[in-house]
Structures are given as C-alpha cells and as structure tokens.
Design a protein around this ligand. Structure first.
Ligand code: SF4
Length: 173
C-alpha cells in the first residue's frame, strides 16, 4: 500500500537552515525576510534554524561585515579577517558562530543545510570577500566537515530541493 506523503514526526528528515530564510529577524539590518517555498515543507522536514552571526555573539541589528585577505576558508585557517563597516575586527565572532553552527550540525546530523546566498557567513559563494568565488565563514567550515549544503535567496523556489529530499527518502512515498 502506498504510504502517506507526509513524513511521520520521527521519520522526517532534519535540515539545518539559515534562520533568516525562515523569517527570523536576525539579519544585520534587523529586517525580516523569508523564503515562502520553505514553508511548503514544514510538515515534511524538521527544520533546525541557525544564525552564525548571532551565535557568535553579535547583536541585531549590527554593522555589515566583509572578509579581508581571502575568503571564509582563509578566515578558518587564520589567514584572513572579518572587519565590519565601522572598522571593528569581528573575526572571532564569525569563527565562534561557525563552530557553534557546526556543533548543531554534528548534534542533529542533518541530511542537508540550506544556506543564505551571498552572506559572508552562510553563503557558499559570497561577494563580500577578497577571493573569486569565495565562501562565507560558516559555509567554509561546513565544507571542511562535509556537511551537505545548498544555498538560496529569499526569492528562490525550492521545488527541486523538495524533490531531492523525497529521493533521499524513497521509502516515505
Ligand atoms: Fe544569520 Fe546567516 Fe542569515 Fe546572516 S545569512 S542573518 S548569518 S542566518
């Protein structure tokens, strides 16, 4: 017999997601953004929201930040710094937030982490660095630990992601 399309609570896949994509007001400017297509999956997925910059002790709102001397991978390796637009060095906050986010990933063992596009923390690619196609700090750490990631912006449709999740859990459909 064909099973229900809805996952039972304990069978739902766990997915980490940048909290701002779920409408949490954790962005640097304190504004709310949301990816509406994520809400479509709320009965299928256990979402674990995370915000590395808040986990790293930075307030909201906060000045925007850029990576100097490389990208997020270079920050993790101690070769680059994160400086906010007021000139304050926030490298340690970004690293702490990345490691606390990694703790969540290791604790919950998600099948996927959905990362906010372009962010100097969460972006798999970020323009806010001095490296071509450079990564955000948390995305770089996740890459080192082989956490599976995709990135999206608030307006991106995640229909294909949903299909991907179903493929990963064929016994549920
Ligand atoms: Fe927080 Fe990442 Fe969203 Fe920035 S992109 S607000 S660090 S969750």
């Amino acid at each position: 017999m064909k099973k229900s399309l809805l996952f039972s609570l304990q069978d739902r896949p766990t997915v980490l997601v940048s909290a701002c994509l779920l409408g949490k007001k954790c962005r640097y400017d304190g504004k709310k953004t949301v990816n509406p297509s994520l809400l479509f999956y709320k009965d299928l997925i256990n979402f674990i929201p995370f915000c590395p910059e808040q986990l790293g002790g930075l307030p909201t709102p906060r000045p925007a930040s850029n990576i100097f001397g490389g990208d997020g991978m270079d920050v993790i390796m101690g070769k680059a710094k994160v400086i906010n637009v007021e000139g304050k060095d926030v490298t340690e906050n970004f690293k702490l937030g990345a490691y606390k986010s990694l703790e969540l990933a290791l604790r919950y063992n998600p099948i996927l982490s959905i990362m906010r596009k372009k962010s100097p923390s969460c972006g798999i690619q970020t323009p806010y660095c001095e490296a071509k196609n450079g990564m955000g700090v948390t995305a770089a750490l996740f890459k080192l630990y082989k956490i599976k990631m995709i990135e999206c912006a608030p307006n991106d449709l995640l229909i294909y992601t949903g299909a991907f999740l179903m493929l990963l859990n064929p016994s549920q459909v």
